[in-house]
Design a protein around this ligand. Structure first.
Ligand code: MG
Ligand code: MG
Length: 280
């Protein structure tokens, strides 16, 4: 999820708080891996939620998505969001909605551990997918890692945003102008807001201890979206395919540390050379 209003507080995390965020992120990665393992033709989107819930129950944690109700919206009814094809973000899972071969499906999930939030998302094909869909997934993931590589002390949020935008637009695709990355910590949505477009050298100065969820949301045919009658699901206005990848990332003296990966992650993660399969 990424609905953010301007003016939210930016908070710096100390080493012990980063450890808690790392644990939240690792559990979130395990939950997403369980959702990924449940993806197959004929599975319902509710099956993916069940897989996530089982991981959360194992650790006695919960998702901050459930009952999230910003700005008068109806409380969000699920612990994850699931989006298929033209759906960009905030899709509500359900038993009736089945995955089909050729679909691309994105899953976004959050985890709260000892008061700190991990937030990450991935998109993957169901069975065989089109060459265009493969390219979209590759570009969107590359955009995420291009943004992460800019998460260094002395850079600004505009450097992160511009890196994401450059990867996406040089491939002929589009970024949403409405939904953005965001600070993450004791709250799912803190400052700063980090759009998927921007100008290098502008924006907030990045400092060690800042933790930001970067989340390129990419559309094949248009930057424009609309919201379905359920008041949550956001889809491309032209019906073209969309993709979404997200990691929660800390700025450290040693460079970016991805908080929402599996593995021990206690040292800054080497971020070059990632393939899509490594994201969760
Ligand atoms: Mg998310
Ligand atoms: Mg987010």
């Amino acid at each position: 999820m990424m609905m953010v209003s301007l003016g939210r507080q930016v908070s710096l995390k100390n080493a012990s708080e980063l450890e808690l965020m790392r644990t939240a992120g690792r559990i979130n990665a395990e939950a997403l891996a369980a959702a990924k393992a449940a993806i197959r033709p004929g599975a319902s989107t509710a099956d993916l939620e069940s897989a996530v819930d089982a991981v959360h129950q194992k650790y006695k944690v919960y998702s901050p998505f459930k009952n999230y109700a910003p700005g008068g919206l109806p409380p969000y009814p699920s612990s994850i969001t699931v989006c298929i094809n033209e759906e960009l973000v905030h899709g509500i899972p359900g038993k009736q909605r089945k995955l089909r071969s050729g679909d691309i499906v994105s899953v976004d999930c959050g985890t709260v551990w000892q008061g700190f939030v991990g937030d990450s998302a991935f998109t993957i094909g169901v069975g065989e997918i089109s060459a265009e869909a493969e390219k979209l997934l590759d570009v969107t993931e590359q955009a995420l890692y291009a943004g992460i590589s800019q998460m260094r002390p002395g850079n600004r949020t505009g450097d992160v945003s511009a890196a994401i935008q450059r990867v996406v637009e040089s491939s002929g695709f589009h970024v949403t102008r409405i939904y953005t990355g965001h600070g993450v910590g004791r709250s799912m949505h803190e400052g700063p807001q980090v759009p998927n477009y921007g100008i290098p050298g502008r924006g907030l100065l990045l400092r060690p201890g800042m933790t930001i969820a970067l989340e390129p949301m990419v559309l094949v045919g248009t930057p424009h979206t609309y919201t379905l009658d359920d008041q949550w699901t956001v889809a491309s206005i032209d019906g073209s395919l969309t993709a979404h990848f997200e990691h929660s990332v800390a700025v450290t003296e040693d460079g970016p540390m991805i908080l929402t990966l599996l593995g021990d992650g206690h040292s800054p993660v080497e971020i070059t050379g990632h393939l899509r399969e490594d994201v969760i």
